[in-house]
Design a binder for this molecule. Structure first.
Ligand code: ADP
Ligand code: MG
Length: 502
């Protein structure tokens, strides 16, 4: 359930010429299931293979070929459903959705219209400003992906690549609970994060492994509350569906552009036609692709080649028992166990690899300090180097070593940065490096005092000024640090300076 410490995000409001309008958005996300083989054939799903090299007779729809369901894909869909706290339907069925495009040679797509494998679930969508909304998921069904028609390789011919034909997709359908472009992007990002944790979809949008159909409508302020109370869609405006988007940036742009288009139509006295549209990022506009098709246009019927899909509760329970810790749970554990801020915990749990790295650094050490070093120093350094955590040159044990030396006040924060750079570029054991290169912090007040006395003796004018204006004491701290090669314990220096000049 929604953690009530969150405030609800405000819906995006766009002012038209006459009225203020709120946005209502529902997303149909297509996520390619991570699986080596396709949904109904043994052909490989490997991305980037030679065109038409991953095509079985089933995918090519040769006469007499029969689909055989891939149990692993079913398991992945169930796992995804469980990750979204959704109902799992032990009985589901496949339907034929009839349409003809050359990229799906069967002449129909096998999908689940009437009885999807996953029912109602939810996704907690957090925005950067500390607000959050629970977006309801209506269903997840499994279906086949289509291949790719290529029209720009030859002036007279079209080509088709069937490698993707028959690959398993999960269509994750949200309720129209999303109230602005940012929320839409945050919702997709959260879905992607959860699926990556689960290992059910790699979320690679560039390769088209995660894409969304974006439904947008607008309504006058106050109408959405009426929908919420009654779940009656007649309180909402007519929606348009923007097809097949695989960029977060374009999704946000398209939502805004489409909402403004609808507002202009309504305010001019017209009506929005329910239709399917495409976003053109170059022109910054959406345009009609086709008028809205209805279920009956597809002549759906139960696929006679496939038995209904029956799964056992014990199997589902077993998958549930083996789910990994998911982002929300991990994040709140990081907050309680390591005393992290909400923000730091979010950054560290963005992906499983970073989270595991951090935990290994923090275990048995100062958690907050570890978080600082992972987020600010390590991530910053990796970013500058265009590396990620998977090919990070510093092991958690090494970074943990640096953190320990700071905690034990063996080195100062400033020296720690130099040490980190050495470990990052040259490797080695931090404690040993500190020892060998004489980087230990000077906490011996005698040595610090001697250095300070010398500086005081050499700079009588500065001493006079500092006595008038205590802010100038900082200059003496800086001089002592310089005289000790940055190794003096800053706390001890500050205390001594205050004592002598105070
Ligand atoms: P269809 O099967 O005709 O596409 P669905 O009921 O499956 O219709 O809805 C598709 C998507 O459109 C869902 O994500 C749903 O939340 C969203 N949706 C429905 N009504 C609206 C609306 N008025 N404004 C925005 N999105 C909507
Ligand atoms: Mg739909």
């Amino acid at each position: 359930m929604l953690d009530l410490t969150y405030e609800l995000p405000k819906p995006k409001v766009i002012s038209g010429a006459k009225h203020d309008w709120e946005l209502v958005i529902g997303l149909e996300v297509h996520a390619q299931v991570s699986s080596n083989a396709k949904l109904f054939s043994g052909a490989s799903t490997k991305f980037g293979a030679e065109p038409n090299s991953n095509v079985s007779f089933v995918d090519a729809a040769m006469p007499g070929m029969l689909p055989v369901i891939n149990e692993y894909c079913v398991e992945q869909a169930v796992r995804t459903g469980l990750g979204l706290k959704a109902e799992i339907n032990l009985w589901s069925a496949f339907d034929r959705k009839n349409y003809f495009y050359p990229d799906l040679p069967q002449g129909y797509q096998i999908s689940q219209l009437y009885h999807p494998i996953v029912g109602e679930g939810e996704v907690l969508v957090e925005l950067g400003d500390g607000t959050a909304r629970n977006v309801r998921v209506e269903r997840i069904h499994m279906e086949q992906d289509a291949g790719k028609s290529i029209h720009d390789m030859d002036p007279n011919m079209s080509f088709v690549d069937l490698n993707r034909t028959g690959v398993c997709l999960m269509e994750i359908v949200s309720r129209p609970d999303i109230r602005g472009p940012e929320e839409a992007a945050a919702y997709i990002a959260k879905l992607r994060q959860i699926m990556r944790y689960l290992g059910t979809c790699d979320g690679n949008m560039q390769n088209g492994n995660l894409r969304a159909d974006v439904n947008v409508s607008v309504c006058r302020v106050g109408q959405y509350e009426k929908y919420q109370e009654t779940q009656d869609f007649s309180h909402l405006g007519t929606r348009c569906e923007i097809k097949n988007m695989n960029s977060m940036r374009f999704i946000q742009q398209a939502i805004e552009v489409e909402a403004r288009r609808q507002i202009a139509i309504i305010e001019a006295g017209g009506e929005v036609d329910q239709e399917t549209r495409l976003y053109d990022p170059d022109k910054g506009e959406t345009r009609t692709m086709r008028s809205k098709e209805e279920a009956h246009d597809y002549r759906y019927f139960p696929d006679p080649d496939l038995l209904p899909l029956e799964i056992e509760q014990a199997w589902v329970d077993d998958i549930a028992a083996n789910l990994p810790e998911l982002p929300d749970a991990k994040k709140s554990r990081f907050v309680t166990d390591f005393g992290l801020s909400d923000y730091d915990a979010s950054v560290l749990t963005a992906d499983v690899e970073s989270a595991a790295y951090f935990e290994a650094v923090a275990e048995g050490r100062n958690g907050k300090l570890a978080a600082n070093w992972v987020i600010n120093e390590l991530f910053g350094r990796l970013k500058a180097d265009e590396k990620d955590i998977a090919n990070c040159p510093v092991t958690p044990a090494q970074l943990g070593g640096v953190v320990e030396l700071i905690s034990a006040e063996t080195i100062s924060g400033k020296i720690a940065k130099d040490l980190f750079e050495i470990v990052y570029t040259e490797g080695g054991d931090p404690a040993q490096i500190v020892e060998e290169r004489g980087m230990k912090q000077v906490t011996d007040t005698g040595a610090i005092e001697a250095a300070l006395d010398q500086i005081i003796a050499d700079n009588p004018a500065q001493v006079e000024k500092a006595k008038q204006n205590p802010k100038l004491a900082g200059w003496f701290v800086g001089q002592v640090m310089k005289a000790t090669g940055g190794k003096a314990n800053p706390k001890a220096v500050n205390e001594l300076v205050a004592k002598k000049l105070g």
